[in-house]
Design a binder for this molecule. Structure first.
Ligand SMILES: Cc1cc2nc3c(=O)[nH]c(=O)nc-3n(C[C@H](O)[C@H](O)[C@H](O)COP(=O)(O)OP(=O)(O)OC[C@H]3O[C@@H](n4cnc5c(N)ncnc54)[C@H](O)[C@@H]3O)c2cc1C
Length: 290
């Protein structure tokens, strides 16, 4: 087979962008396509763990990410209404001694810029629609608007996230377990409450748990896990007592999030929408995998 490209990466999320950078760094110039018009401006995965930073340092972007990120050095823990201490995340034996908080879109933009510096551009609005594989390589059909193209490649790498054409075509399983009995709601917003700013918090209660994590730009990520009355074992009896609520797929309102935040933390709060990180309120009911 004559190849049009050695490696075709399908999907320019954080995984595809990291791979494209690494290939380019090692002298392999990939093609990378994504069906979206560009990076989706939502914050989604936001913790850069220490090991992730070590890997991204090799990629060449860790310092630039650190300049934009908010360090996560400790998490103040409240359990059953009492302040019980702090979870120390600092001083890890690494050049990157603590996790960093940064919206996924900003991580992706940094990876995309770095990739451009290696003379590789993402082909946006380009969808992989079919894949054929043989001993010699793979042929991927790409569609950009009305234009179709068959690309012969030595390797095709499926980086298309949870609903993957490559995985489906090759009958790879996507193993994992769903949480049941739990639902999550999360939002990035600005908060006014009695607790000191510049710190992150974990609240453990009988009614669920909640994290309030400090983002850059005076924004917090609020993550609330609640028992799901529709699926929790023994939910019917426990519902009143546990504060269980039936999961829905509707976007949570700030008022709803503020209500749960006050209930779980014991502190009144005022939440306002964040205009910078564009993290939309999000609900993940009935254990839908991220
Ligand atoms: C609202 C939300 C909040 C989240 N919060 C967190 C969190 O707090 N912590 C955490 O760890 N994770 C979180 N996640 C999960 C995290 O965002 C994903 O694990 C991560 O994005 C996966 O990266 P990826 O590169 O594998 O895939 P994706 O980011 O899904 O990227 C896949 C890319 O492939 C493209 N694509 C798909 N199919 C095709 C095709 N056929 N042809 C061409 N392109 C295609 C898509 O357009 C997309 O750009 C969250 C996810 C969501 C939706």
């Amino acid at each position: 087979m004559d190849y049009d490209t050695d490696v075709l990466i399908v999907g320019a999320g954080p995984v595809g962008l990291t791979l494209a950078n690494e290939l380019a760094r090692h002298g392999v110039v990939p093609r990378i396509v994504d069906k979206s018009p560009g990076i989706r401006e939502v914050s989604k995965a936001m913790i850069l763990h220490v090991r992730t930073q070590e890997v991204l340092d090799k990629v060449g972007v860790a310092s630039r990410l650190a300049q934009q990120a908010q360090p996560l050095r400790e998490v103040v823990v409240h359990a059953y209404g009492k302040h019980i201490g702090a979870w120390d995340l600092d001083g890890i034996d690494s050049p990157w001694p603590h996790p960093m908080i940064l919206g996924q879109n900003r991580t992706q933009h940094t990876l995309l810029d770095h990739l451009a510096g290696q003379q590789v551009a993402v082909e946006w609005n380009t969808e992989a629609t079919a894949l054929e594989v043989s001993e010699a390589g793979a042929t991927v059909r790409l569609r950009q608007g009305d234009v179709e193209e068959a690309v012969r490649c030595r390797y095709v790498v499926g980086c298309e996230g949870s609903n993957s054409l490559v995985r489906r075509t090759l009958n790879f399983t996507f193993e994992g377990e769903r949480y049941s009995g739990e639902q999550f709601i999360q939002a990035d917003c600005r908060i006014r409450w009695a607790l000191p700013k510049g710190r992150s918090y974990l609240f453990l209660t009988a009614d669920g748990y909640m994290m309030v994590i400090e983002f850059p730009d005076d924004v917090v990520r609020i993550f609330i896990s609640l028992p799901d009355s529709a699926v929790a074992p023994g939910a019917a009896e426990a519902a009143g007592q546990l504060g269980a609520v039936e999961a829905t797929s509707e976007e949570p309102t700030l008022a709803e999030i503020a209500h749960h935040l006050t209930r779980l933390s014991g502190h009144a709060c005022e939440l306002t929408v964040n205009r910078h990180a564009k993290g939309t309120p999000y609900r993940r009911p009935k254990g839908t995998p991220l």
